[in-house]
Design a protein around this ligand. Sequence first.
Ligand SMILES: CC(=O)N[C@H](C=O)[C@@H](O)[C@H](O)[C@H](O)COP(=O)(O)O
Length: 512
Amino acid sequence: MSTGRDIIEGLRGRLVISCQPVPDGPFDTVASVVAYARAAEASGAAGLRIEGDANVAAVVQASRLPVIGLVKRDLEDSAVRITPFLSDVIDLCEAGAAIVAVDATDRPRPVPVSELLAEIKRRGRLAMADISTEAEARAALAAGADIVGTTMSGYAGDAPPPKAPDLELVRRCARLGAPVFAEGRYNSPELAAAAIRAGADAVVVGSAITRPEHIADWFRQAVEGAARPLAPVLAFDIGGTKTLAALVQGETVFERRVMPTPADVGSKGWIAAIAGLAQGWDGRYERAAAAVTGRIDGDVWSALNPGTLAIPQGFSLTNVLGVALGTPVLAVNDAQAAAWGEYRFGAGKGRDMAFLTVSSGIGGGIVLGGRLLRGTRGIAGSLGQVPVFEPTGPVRLETLASGFGIAEAARRRGHDGDARAVFAAAHTGESWAQDTLRDAATRLAAAIAGLQAVVDPECIVIGGGVGLAEGFLELLRETLAVYPEAVVPVLAAADLGADAGIIGVADMAAAS
Ligand SMILES: CC(=O)N[C@H](C=O)[C@@H](O)[C@H](O)[C@H](O)COP(=O)(O)O
């Protein structure tokens, strides 16, 4: 007979399949549960999770895999559902469960967790504690649990459960030194693998394998969502000098208002002015979104270049603007949002791509495998922030190759004026202007070749006032010619112009 240690070893690094049909559905029969269990065993799964003592008894007869048994009850005086009574533990042990799972959340319950665990141990079985927090995991282990399951994460409070599984809880529990089974919403092979990489000893998957009603519903929603026209979105583009509000549907911007970005009005006045720009549009949009200069890290908006816009420290744009508008707001860095816009509707449509906007500053974004990379700090794709080593020390690429950098370089050559003036002079054959632009393009080309080497996208889309200024793309191609063919990207001119950011962020909000 296998010992508890053998059973846990046999499950390490393996898949456990929960065979729990939708209650009262067409598969909610002992025969179906046994059929699921046999299919699971044939697929190479290492264990089963089975609800109800009659199902456990039948599965133990039909399969050699270890069974995690549980009983679910809907009690009037407690929200605890999984194996709440000692009699449930006894029934599951007698039915042949190798492991008995109990709800070990910190909620009022008919029988203390410690008593349930003690009964399981007394009967020589392994005890699995279904928890929702690290503190509950610690308490359950101290009370004698053999295995911690993240099963209850997202189900122990009043809020609806999130879509994603709780990998962070797996990570935390894995540090406690006891076996951890990741369970709950591991709805794809990729997520199940991520659980193992996060430190889980085994992964328990249920709905994605044994609840056809749920799987069918996911597909139905995805198909119907994709077929539905995108809802109108109130989209803002908040930049250093101007703020744009627009109503956007798909790639169509059907109304727009612009104002100078207010300065020196305090953050309250600032948000009131931004929200005021959308006055009178109530009821004409379903969601709100903002493409913003600077970086968005979680909820917090901060400056990448404090000279562009003085954003108050720790400022949560999504919360504050959301309250002002009375609707949730999605916020994304403007260049990342523009990258998404060009990917969805513009020059990089449907392709692995990077986007660079070269204007007064330099921003960028990367879309790979249909996903916008935002980065752990919200700066993925920000090519303008790439350090360049100058004799004087490191500087950001943006200070050398942006519109601002071009004007500054021209000034050092004795010519005052903005980047536009430099382009105009270059077109009339002035060599100082041509040299200035070539210098900027050379710097940018080196970074672009580096980007190609690191990310290897199908194309790099170039936008922005400088990027799209006459002759600049050709200059970039010329200056790229010195590099090995493998790092020379396919360059394409952006299609959506200055609207890429609002179109991109609106599309992201409409799909969220
Ligand atoms: C919260 C709760 O009652 N979970 C139950 C526990 O046994 C089951 O309903 C889940 O199906 C099981 O945890 C597997 O999760 P998923 O079906 O998401 O793969």
